[in-house]
Ligand binder design. Structure first.
Ligand code: AMP
Ligand code: ZN
Length: 489
């Protein structure tokens, strides 16, 4: 493979050549979800963006250690420094153990990401599994004079830090402006400055998730877990730190400050941020009420959805925009992507049937290079996809016998689809998904025939359908609402 990856680094605000600290190894950390509800399709976009980066790095031959955390404690409602933990709140409302909430939504997160064919990370650490390490990091920050204790809590001293270092380096925020814009919020009174953030919070008696620490019983602040877990598994300074654009401030800014305060070194060389999925120009977010889950999307069961969509068309829709641009959801846009995606899938199928000729009338010389140029230019997936559409056009001409191709040219087309469509973009032609609208449609027809047979007391037909489906590991369950089906587990 020729060429090198150039990637936009938020830290330097420049597109930079990607040079790993210790090749062929690459360490990549991406902020994972807070597992208190089902991820929405906006969250999925960010994880797909980083999946493409991960896939590209693997394709390029790097030995990547990809760490993506699960936030299972410390993330408070409204991302605040005071108040209820998001997971504990859900546990209270649903009368569950907090760890039941964590397990349920970790499982559903994995299921959803698998549906969209994202590769699992190498390590998926949890905040609750690293309390000791978090306490140790706080002790170091305290020892180095960048934090103070108050009533059993520990706060990071942003003003002290700013005397020596640049708080705002990543996000471009200016501390004076931040202070001027801060209203006095509840829970701020313990802090020397409203910019200070919690490293450790003293737990009120009603708080469920809490641990013993040198400062009393409490729990870690949200920003700390990522500093601790990234550096524990990837070293004090690693290659790539990623997350959604909305995490740039304060979350990632605080991560940098924590690492510098503890180790006098910045945690990551390249900071990469994925942009937001929006709805009518507004960020998709659970709290704004404009979000839907992957299950709703693939079943078409949300008022905003005109129909059900296949996960691969949705992945394709997302990759048709650049990861650093916002992407607005609409049924029209999604349906256009669906058509385009089918066109590519169709071309891949046709390619298998094309017979080589002695000579070729097409030109495939530059195709592979153009595809590499696109993906290496800050992961420009929309341009890459445009090249794949050109290739699909050529394949259709070959199929219609309007052009001819040599064996080598056909091999080039095949290898371009293998490398880019399948390996790097992570697309699939078939989805092993029992909710796909085609399978659902066929199953509805079959279940209707069975229902009619039963109404006519034609039990031999209805039993035949049930038994034949069973051979295909499809189970029919009769319920009050009618017959339902599922794959045998
Ligand atoms: P959270 O669980 O809220 O911390 O979010 C998990 C990840 O999803 C983070 O990297 C967020 O930046 C990202 N995210 C949240 N909302 C959106 C959105 N509307 N579009 C894209 N990414 C998002
Ligand atoms: Zn994080």
């Amino acid at each position: 493979m020729k060429g090198s990856l150039f990637i936009f680094n938020t830290l330097t605000r420049k597109k930079e050549k990607f040079i790993p600290i210790n090749p062929p190894f690459v360490g990549m950390y991406v902020c994972g979800p807070t597992v208190y509800n089902d991820v929405h399709i906006g969250n999925v976009r960010t994880f797909i963006s980083f999946d493409v980066l991960y896939r590209y790095l693997l394709h390029a031959g790097y030995k990547v250690r990809y760490v993506r955390n699960i936030t299972d404690v410390g993330h408070l409602v409204n991302d605040a420094d005071h108040g209820e933990d998001k997971i504990a709140k859900k546990a209270r409302l649903e009368n569950l153990e907090p760890m039941e909430v964590v397990q349920q939504y970790t499982n559903s997160f994995h299921f959803v990401l698998q549906l969209f064919n994202t590769l699992p990370p190498s390590i998926e650490p949890t905040a609750t599994g690293h309390i000791i390490e978090q306490i140790e990091m706080i002790e170091t920050i305290l020892k180095n004079g960048y934090a103070y204790t108050k009533n059993g809590s520990v706060y990071f001293d942003v003003e002290k830090y700013s005397q020596m270092h640049h708080y705002g380096k990543l996000s471009g925020r200016i501390t004076e402006e931040l202070i001027a814009n801060t209203r006095s919020l509840e829970g701020q009174e313990e802090k020397k400055s409203p910019l200070d953030f919690a490293l450790w919070k003293n737990a009120e008696p009603s708080h469920i998730m809490k641990w013993k620490s040198p400062w009393g019983i409490g729990f870690p602040g949200w920003h700390l877990e990522c500093s601790v877990m990234s550096t524990k598994y990837l070293g004090e300074t690693f290659d790539i730190h990623g997350g959604g654009m909305d995490l740039k401030f304060p979350h990632h800014e605080c991560e940098i400050a924590q690492s510098v305060a503890a180790e006098n070194t910045e945690p990551a060389k390249y900071w990469i941020h994925g942009n937001m999925l929006t709805v009518n120009g507004q960020k998709m977010s659970k709290s704004l009420g404009n979000s839907f889950t992957a299950t709703q999307l693939i079943n078409g069961t949300h008022p905003m959805l005109e129909k059900a969509y296949e996960p691969m068309s949705v992945r394709f829709f997302m990759l048709q925009s650049h990861y650093s641009s916002t992407l607005d959801f609409s049924n029209e846009a999604l349906q256009a992507s669906e058509k385009g995606f089918r066109r590519l899938v169709n071309a891949i199928t046709l390619l298998e049937t094309i017979q080589p000729s002695e000579s070729g009338s097409i030109n495939t010389d530059e195709l592979e290079k153009k595809c590499y140029d696109a993906i290496q230019d800050d992961l420009n997936t929309p341009i890459l996809i445009a090249h794949l559409f050109d290739a699909a056009k050529t394949i259709n001409l070959l199929y219609d016998k309007k052009e001819i191709a040599t064996k080598e040219q056909i091999e080039t087309l095949k290898s371009v689809f293998k490398n880019f469509f399948f390996d790097i973009l992570g697309l699939q032609t078939e989805t092993d998904n029992n909710n796909s609208d085609k399978t659902n449609g066929i199953m509805n027809i079959i279940l209707n025939i069975r229902k009619k047979a039963r109404e006519n007391k034609d039990f031999s037909t209805s039993d035949f359908i049930r038994d034949e489906l069973k051979k295909l590991h499809i189970i029919i369950k009769d319920s009050k609402e009618g017959a339902l089906w599922e794959y045998e587990k």
